[in-house]
Design a protein around this ligand. Sequence first.
Ligand SMILES: Nc1ncnc2c1ncn2[C@@H]1O[C@H](COP(=O)(O)OP(=O)(O)O)[C@@H](O)[C@H]1O
Ligand SMILES: [Mg+2]
Length: 414
Amino acid sequence: MLHYKSKLKIPQFFVSIGAGTNQVPLITAAKRLGFNVIGVDRNPCAEGAGLCDLKIQESIENYEEIYQKILEIILFGDIKGVLSRSYGSAVKSACFIANKLNIPLMPYERMDDFISKKRMKSVFEANGLNTPLHIQTDQNNFRKAVSKLSYPCVVKPVTGHAKTGVQRIESKADMQHFLTGNDRKKCPFIIEEFVRGDEIIAAGMIYQHRYILIGITDKKLTPPPYFVDLEHIYPSRYFDLWDRISAIGQRVADAFDIATSPLIMELIVSEGRELSLIEAAPEFGGEFISDVLIPEGTGYNLIQQSIRAVSGLGFRTPVQKRIKASIAVRYITARPGTLASWNEKAARRLPGILHVKLFKKAGSATAFPTTNHDRIGVIIARGKTREAAQAAAARAESALNITLNESESGHNEQ
Ligand SMILES: Nc1ncnc2c1ncn2[C@@H]1O[C@H](COP(=O)(O)OP(=O)(O)O)[C@@H](O)[C@H]1O
Ligand SMILES: [Mg+2]
């Protein structure tokens, strides 16, 4: 009797919600794992689209349309996983598709609890997570609550990202000015007590409802009133808070009913080592943390393991508290003007430099940073110690030798 061995292999698909520059690490990691990648993006010429096997031209927000199109183009094969390297509504779309296809992620209906800071803070509070006290514009006694505020405090849009619209307010008079100004009419916002202390980021993931902390980084910010990220340094000086931060991560996972997902948490360590949870997001986050800092600093490939986790491939938990190298992610900012020249090659060839990138083209306008989008470039460096990594990044910034044509009016200056 003859036995025929079928050569037909069932294609395995992975969906990336978004196919722009930021998605490239996710798309390449999925390709390396052997998946056929479906890239969803409104822009068919997006930077990662060429790396994808199939493209769906659709806005990342239109989850129902995306789902329909996925069903239409996959005539033969299995969709094993879906993720987004983006944030907010892109992650919500990933959850919708995951829920439909029984891929473990988080309930799509719960994503708005992250997207709205107001709802996020209510969930934190209801689950005993320590978060700064806040008031919100649409609450009944808003005026009365404002009159009782102590200063400084922080105003932020209810749905915001990348520090846009987040501002420290120093006094009652400034608050009055803010409340009567344009900003208030543009979008609903919340006001929080200002928490003094050192800010850290906890990068971790949730696998089968269990939170796993992978790395903690320190953060340096611009001076008030804005909160633009200038530097992330690994390992954190607060490494010893590992177990307490892990417990917070687990509480977030439980409170938002997350099965499997990366999770970024921003916390402030205040006097007495009290931990205050500023924000949490079931995302890889930006800032080169998931794709460069974590793999280089800890040896753990967070993006690849997240794809494995949602796709049901063998998942490996990280070696806890592993410090393979110290890493500094240093952002470059500039005064108002236009970008004239720089020398990336000179910066790249210095020792310890992992990555150098200018985000803007020659001739682009530069401005004092008020949001993360105003930063003009980044340098990532590795060192034996935190100080060595930071010094290498600083040297590379000097070697970059960025020159500006200064703005003549200078009225943007603070
Ligand atoms: N209550 C607060 N006290 C001190 N700093 C804060 C507070 N809220 C926000 N910040 C600072 O502002 C930054 C942005 O706030 P966040 O709520 O995370 O908004 P975004 O979504 O834009 O990241 C934080 O990373 C932190 O540096
Ligand atoms: Mg934040």
